[in-house]
Design a protein around this ligand. Structure first.
Ligand code: SF4
Length: 155
């Protein structure tokens, strides 16, 4: 299965995606990305705009390229590294299996994966989803196999 390219803070956004987004094209694409990852597609970390940003990039002023969003990636990467115990940088491959998603959601709900969310307009919404036990979210791993959480190497 082909990989999904993701910038670090979108690892958090996937945990809380509940079918809402910036516009219909963005939301439909994110639904498809979440479905692919749930079916086992590996995630490859990238710097800057990624497969989730793609529908917004025709707009040259899209916030995806802004410095504050790049800074959000750095904060999110540090948090995810601390939770998973592995580097999160461009070229790293992550498998979002069920155990990894559960671990990350527990950390998100506990506040240990939230520094990347600072200043995000969706913050209260994502907090409410976490407080509700992530019942409304879209990403669910299709199986419980351990696919190997992380491998490191530039692609
Ligand atoms: S608050 Fe913003 S950055 Fe954090 S998970 Fe939600 S959408 Fe993503």
């Amino acid at each position: 299965m082909s990989h999904v390219a993701l910038r670090p803070h979108h690892l958090l956004c996937l945990l809380t995606f509940a079918g809402r987004g910036y516009n219909p094209a963005f939301t439909a694409n994110l639904e498809a990305v979440a479905a692919r990852i749930g079916q086992g597609a590996p995630i490859v970390i990238v710097d800057g705009p990624d497969d989730i940003c793609a529908p917004l990039l025709a707009d040259r002023t899209a916030h995806c390229r802004h410095a504050d969003v790049v800074a959000r990636d750095r904060r999110a990467a540090c948090d995810v590294e601390a939770v998973l115990g592995h580097p999160v940088e461009a070229g790293v491959t992550l498998a979002f299996d069920r155990a990894t998603i559960a671990r990350m959601r527990a950390a998100f709900a506990g506040g240990r994966l939230r520094s990347g969310c600072a200043g995000c307009g969706w913050g209260a919404f994502c907090s409410s989803l976490a407080a509700d036990g992530f019942r409304a979210v879209r990403l669910h791993a299709a199986d419980t196999r351990t696919r190997g959480a992380v491998s490191v190497g530039r692609r």
